[in-house]
Design a protein around this ligand. Structure first.
Ligand SMILES: [Zn+2]
Length: 313
C-alpha cells in the first residue's frame, strides 16, 4: 500500500492576490507564498507550487472566485478573473506534478477551512460569506461542506436595480460589496459632495479603497458613515434572506470588508434582525472568520485531503 502523504498544497486564486500554501494533514499552515494576480498567472502559480512541492504532497486544490464544473474540473465563468477561464488547471498541474488536483469555488474552500480548523468547528450548520470586491457564499451543513454553487452575492434584491457583471441586475453584490461601496463614493465625490476622502486620495478618486472609507468614517466623515451604513443595510437584506432560507446556527463573515465591522457589519446585523423571522434570528450567531486571509488556502488543502480520503481520485 502506498505511503500516506502528510501535506497538501492549497491555492486561493483571487481577483487581487493569489496565495499558495503548504498545509499539513492536521490543518497547520507550514509555508505561504503571496503574489499579486497579474501578468503570467499560470507561470507564477506553477513556480510557487514547485517551491513548496516534495514527494510528501498528497494533492493540490485550487480555490477560485467563479462557477466551477466539478464533474469535469473546469471553470465555467469567473467574472472578476476572465483571464483564467480558459486554463485547464487540472490537466496542467497533474501533468507537471503527478498528484491529484481539484478545483473548487473560493468561498467554498474558505468555508471548508473555517469548518476544519477555524471558528466553524463550533457549528454543525453555517453559511460563510466573503465580503470583498464581490460577495461569495459557502455552506456547511451537518458538518459537511456542500459542494454546490452558493452564489449568494447574486441573489436579486431589487427588481429594477443596477446591472451586475453576472448578467442579471439588482444582485446583492451590486449594492453591498466593496465595489458597490467604492462606486457610490466616487459618484458622490464627483458630484461635489464634501468629504475627508477627497483629501485622502488627493483628488484622484479612483485610487480610493474600502479601507479609506472605513478610516474616514471612523474619523467622523459623514459621507463615509452614510455610505457604509447604507451598504451595510443592503448586506443585512441578504443576510436576512439567508437566515430565513437556511436557518443556520451561524453566519461567518470574511473578506476585506469585515475591517468595517463597527459600522457596516453592525448596520447589516440590525437590518437582518428587522427582516428575518425573529425566532430564526434569535438562534443565529453572526461572527467574523477566525482564519481571515488564510481560510481559503487552508481550506483548499483540507478539501484535497478529504476528497482523496473519500477516494474521489
Ligand atoms: Zn449578479
Amino acid at each position: 500500500m502506498a505511503k500516506r502523504k502528510n501535506f497538501a498544497i492549497g491555492i486561493d486564486l483571487g481577483g487581487t492576490n493569489m496565495r499558495i500554501a503548504l498545509v499539513s494533514r492536521e490543518g497547520q499552515l507550514i509555508r505561504k507564498i503571496k503574489e499579486p494576480t497579474s501578468g503570467e498567472i499560470l507561470d507564477i502559480l506553477l513556480k510557487s507550487v514547485n517551491e513548496l512541492f516534495s514527494d510528501d504532497i498528497a494533492g493540490i486544490c485550487i480555490g477560485i472566485a467563479g462557477l466551477i464544473d466539478r464533474q469535469h474540473g473546469k471553470i465555467l465563468i469567473s467574472p472578476n478573473l476572465h483571464a483564467v477561464e480558459t486554463i485547464d488547471f487540472l490537466a496542467v498541474f497533474e501533468k507537471k506534478f503527478g498528484v491529484p488536483v481539484f478545483l473548487e469555488n473560493d468561498a467554498n474552500t474558505a468555508a471548508f477551512g473555517e469548518k476544519w480548523v477555524g471558528i466553524g468547528k463550533n457549528f454543525s450548520n453555517f453559511v460563510l460569506l466573503t465580503l470583498g470586491t464581490g460577495i461569495g457564499g459557502g455552506i456547511v451543513y451537518g458538518k459537511k461542506l456542500l459542494r454546490v454553487s452558493s452564489e449568494i452575492g447574486h441573489m436579486s434584491i431589487d427588481m429594477t436595480g443596477e446591472k451586475c457583471p453576472c448578467g442579471n441586475s439588482g444582485c446583492l453584490e451590486t449594492y453591498a460589496s466593496a465595489r458597490a461601496l467604492l462606486s457610490k463614493a466616487i459618484s458622490l465625490l464627483e458630484s461635489g459632495r464634501e468629504s475627508l476622502l477627497t483629501e485622502y486620495c488627493g483628488g484622484t478618486f479612483y485610487k480610493l479603497t474600502a479601507e479609506d472609507i472605513n478610516r474616514a468614517a471612523l474619523d467622523g466623515d459623514n459621507l463615509s458613515r452614510e455610505l457604509l451604513k447604507e451598504t451595510g443595510r443592503y448586506l443585512g437584506i441578504g443576510i436576512a434572506n439567508v437566515i430565513n432560507i437556511m436557518s443556520p446556527e451561524a453566519i461567518i463573515l470574511s473578506g476585506g470588508l469585515i475591517g468595517a465591522w463597527d459600522i457596516y457589519i453592525q448596520e447589516a446585523i440590525k437590518e437582518a434582525s428587522r427582516r428575518s423571522l425573529k425566532e430564526l434570528f434569535d438562534m443565529v450567531r453572526i461572527v467574523p472568520s477566525s482564519l481571515l486571509d488564510n481560510a481559503g488556502i487552508i481550506g483548499s488543502a483540507g478539501l484535497a485531503f478529504q476528497l482523496l480520503d473519500e477516494g474521489e481520485r
